[in-house]
Design a protein around this ligand. Structure first.
Ligand SMILES: [Fe+2]
Length: 148
């Protein structure tokens, strides 16, 4: 399987794991701790995809529609993430919002791993994937450092 997709899928597994733990706790300190962990994984991952992976797909007429939908899902995720960040973690509503956020991110991951990966496989050649993978990892590490 495509090495770049494997790299993304590994992040997706990590992100889904944290989301699963987050919806299971009502304790605000634990929520805060897990939420920061989620942000530290999710934000650099999404931004690095937006910088390195989605632009070449947007340039391709067959991949463009799926890419555009993926970018919009990132945008909505970002908005909800910011709301979750501002809201006190002990609030009842926080749990409801987190539940919706989890579904949103899981839906996006599912779409990405099926539709986006499929169109990307058609749109890009192995050399392009190699270059994207390298850049993706660099950007992600850079963003991880700047988030701390
Ligand atoms: Fe994504």
């Amino acid at each position: 399987m495509n090495e770049f997709f494997q790299m993304l899928k590994k992040d997706h597994v990590e992100i889904k794991g944290i989301l699963g733990k987050l919806v299971e706790t009502k304790e605000s300190k634990k929520r805060e701790e897990l939420f920061q962990k989620l942000r530290a994984e999710l934000v650099p991952h999404m931004k690095a995809e937006e910088i390195t992976f989605y632009p070449p797909l947007m340039e391709n007429k067959d991949a463009r529609e799926d890419a555009m939908e993926g970018i919009e899902e990132h945008h909505v995720s970002d908005l909800v993430l910011k709301e979750l960040e501002k809201m006190p973690k002990g609030e009842e509503k926080w749990g409801a919002k987190m539940g919706v956020f989890k579904e949103l991110v899981e839906h996006h991951i599912k779409d990405e791993e099926s539709k986006v990966f499929k169109s990307a496989q058609k749109a890009l050649d192995p050399e392009e994937f190699q270059a994207i993978m390298k850049k993706f990892d660099q950007e992600k590490q850079k963003l991880k450092k700047s988030l701390k």
